[in-house]
Write a protein that binds this ligand. Structure first.
Ligand SMILES: Nc1ncnc2c1ncn2[C@@H]1O[C@H](COP(=O)(O)OP(=O)(O)OP(=O)(O)O)[C@@H](O)[C@H]1O
Ligand SMILES: [Mg+2]
Length: 331
């Protein structure tokens, strides 16, 4: 196959998921107000957005669980409206809330899925075994799902979506509620899926997760995609790095503000936000300027923009999420 000899550049790779002008309303509430997406096959795409932004709604439309009111969507080459069976045969979906049968064991859950997908018995058992091994739950395969921890449930849930060998996998908030170690295990899982050629569409509220995993990120807010690009492209859209200097008294604060033109004031906290590189040279130069003016800062901190900043700058009023960063980011 030529494609294995010469990898297709991502920009021209065929789309695993594409949407044009996707719309959805509930009553008079517009949830999706024209969503355009194009996700190359074999990549990880992260849809970010605050609570209620429409992430799950998007996943539900793309996985044919609900119909859009307008626009078009294709998944794995099939139109969601015209060929929902084609879409379903090509995808795996892990919902925001696990879809396990608590009364069944891990293995029985997988075998049930194999039955639903009409795999023959022997093939089903083989597939279940492989997945139990791969997800590190082989030694508890005979235990009821009810006894599993959150991380184990998530892994079993994803294993279930893989029984049918899907080309595109939708993971709706795959790590919500997991501890940091389980989250990292899940990230490894996602990476191994992509290494195996699968396209992953995930939703998340964790910016670090999108940063870690996604080739491309779209931020959904107010029914629209408000930003789209790689993590680096998104970070480049907001003001750059800065140093925050705090002063012990008003007099020093005012003198520093006069000495450091271009610094943004935070009068309440007697702090200045100085746009600056964060390397040693730049920091030394900054402190030299303060020294020359005979001013000492009480403390300082160095900030490089991260996706949290992007998210808060782009979505809503910043009242959701890490309020800590709001003042830093938004003025
Ligand atoms: N079946 C429904 N009937 C009416 N409104 C709905 C329905 N499903 C979703 N909504 C509304 O659509 C909006 C988007 O919901 P959705 O679940 O897609 O958001 P989300 O981005 O997944 O949020 P979260 O981060 O909380 O999971 C919300 O305002 C929600 O209340
Ligand atoms: Mg949701």
């Amino acid at each position: 196959m030529p494609s294995s000899v010469m990898p297709t550049p991502k920009t021209t790779a065929s789309a695993a998921v594409s949407t044009v002008g996707l719309r959805k309303s509930y009553g008079d509430k517009t949830v999706l107000d024209g969503i355009d997406l194009r996700i190359p096959a074999g990549s990880v795409f992260a849809l970010l957005g605050p609570n209620g932004a429409g992430k799950t709604t998007t996943v539900q439309i793309l996985s044919t669980l609900i119909a859009a009111d307008g626009g078009r969507a294709q998944v794995a080459g099939h139109d969601v409206a015209a060929s929902p069976e084609g879409v379903r045969a090509a995808i795996g979906v892990t919902g925001q809330f696990a879809a396990l049968d608590d009364l069944l064991t891990a293995e029985e859950n997988l075998l049930l899925m194999a039955d639903l997908l009409r795999l023959d018995k022997r093939e089903g058992r083989k597939r279940a075994r492989e997945l139990l091994e791969r997800f590190g739950i082989a030694d508890v395969a005979g235990n009821r799902a009810a006894t599993f921890s959150g991380g184990m449930r998530r892994r079993l849930d994803i294993a279930m979506t893989l029984v049918g060998d899907p080309k595109v996998i939708f993971l709706d908030e795959p790590t919500t509620g997991l501890d940091p170690r389980s989250r990292r295990t899940m990230w490894e899982t996602v990476r191994s899926l992509v290494a195996g050629g699968v396209t992953v569409f995930l939703t998340t509220q964790y910016l670090e997760e999108a940063d870690q995993l996604a080739d491309r990120i779209a931020v959904l807010d107010g029914g629209r995609i408000v930003a789209e690009g790689t993590a680096d492209e998104l970070k480049a859209r907001i003001p750059g790095s800065h140093v925050r200097l705090r002063f012990a008294g008003t007099e020093e604060y005012e003198r520093a503000a006069a000495a450091l033109s271009g610094a943004a004031r935070d009068d309440e906290n007697l702090a200045l936000r100085v746009p600056s590189d964060t390397g040693m040279e730049a920091l030394r130069a900054l402190f030299d300027r303060l020294d020359a003016a005979g001013i000492r800062a009480a403390d300082f901190s160095v900030h490089t923009p991260d996706l949290d900043d992007v998210f808060l700058a782009l979505t809503g009023d910043g009242s959701t999420g890490t309020a800590l960063h709001v003042k830093e980011t938004l003025r």
